[in-house]
Write a protein that binds this ligand. Sequence first.
Ligand SMILES: [Zn+2]
Length: 114
Amino acid sequence: MKKDWILIGGIVLLSLLLWGLLHGCSTTGETVQVTLDGAVFGTYSLNEPQTVFLPHHTLKIENQQVSVIKSDCVGQDCVRALPISKGNQLILCLPYRLSVQVLSKSDSTDTVTY
Ligand SMILES: [Zn+2]
């Protein structure tokens, strides 16, 4: 009998994991949060095409994707990074401690406080 419960528990856990995985993959991001040197620099809507000028970096939001189009950092990894559009995807620029993160709708409701 004990084995049955373990099996059921395992199946429930697995389906939860799978659901979370599918759910996570299907959510499109809503806002872009830019963090500079550990502090939030600003948040921008992915639905509004715009160019965002940051110290050392220029971001472009287009087609509900965000990418770094210009940077004066060494390496230029952030410029080469593919555009991101989904919740919790991230572009990092280590030399300038910049992070560009897409927040999905469910996440942003928790973190946005007015
Ligand atoms: Zn960079």
